[in-house]
Design a protein. Structure first.
Length: 56
């Protein structure tokens, strides 16, 4: 099992990168989130905090 910080702790710990966001989500959930992000934000406009890059 991968040691993942809870999603709610990402900001508290000062983590901001995509890699840190990926660690917070399960292996099943993260690809789904990227798929949804690609559908609703393909230009990655909302990328400042804890970015989940869209699938292209």
């Amino acid at each position: 099992m991968v040691d993942r910080p809870p999603v709610s702790e990402l900001h508290v710990r000062g983590r901001r990168g995509s890699a840190d966001a990926a660690l917070a989500w399960s292996e099943e959930a993260y690809p789904r989130l990227r798929e949804i992000k690609g559908r609703y934000d393909p230009a990655n406009l909302f990328r400042i905090n804890h970015n989940i890059p869209p699938l292209r």
